[in-house]
Design a binder for this molecule. Sequence first.
Ligand SMILES: [Fe+2]
Ligand SMILES: [Fe+2]
Length: 166
Amino acid sequence: MLDKRMEEALNKQINAELASGYLYLSMATYFEDEDLPGFANSLRVHAEEELEHGMKIYDYIIRKNGSVVLEGFETPERQWDGIVAVYEAILEHEELVTSLINDLMDLAEELNDHATIQFLLWFVEEQVEEEELAHEDLRKVRMAVDSRHLLYELDKEYGSLTSNEE
Ligand SMILES: [Fe+2]
Ligand SMILES: [Fe+2]
């Protein structure tokens, strides 16, 4: 049985994960317009992963005999001031998501909800990876942004990415 406060907070996180996916999909459309299909692909893959994160929480709520309640989300950003700005926004967004996961963990601890603590540990580790990856991507684009050749190579690299979700 899920505590009502925990159920509500987990439902909010489903929304946050799906909204993250919507934001990354919007970034993919930005790169499609910029004629960088590889960058678009990597953001699209990231968007799909966020949907999977939302579904993990969806499934957990159902397993705990709770109710999933879906909400809408805001229209995502559509314009950025260049490629580096997009990757700065990704890092900032992942840091925000990390703080949301930490808040969920705080609540689970407050409620002595060991099952949810155990469930959330996957997300704690996932956010370490997400922030690490966001830093790495930002470093790469900062170095490549002034060279058409490097940008082409990076676009090719990002074009071959597929989901690495377990
Ligand atoms: Fe996520
Ligand atoms: Fe993420």
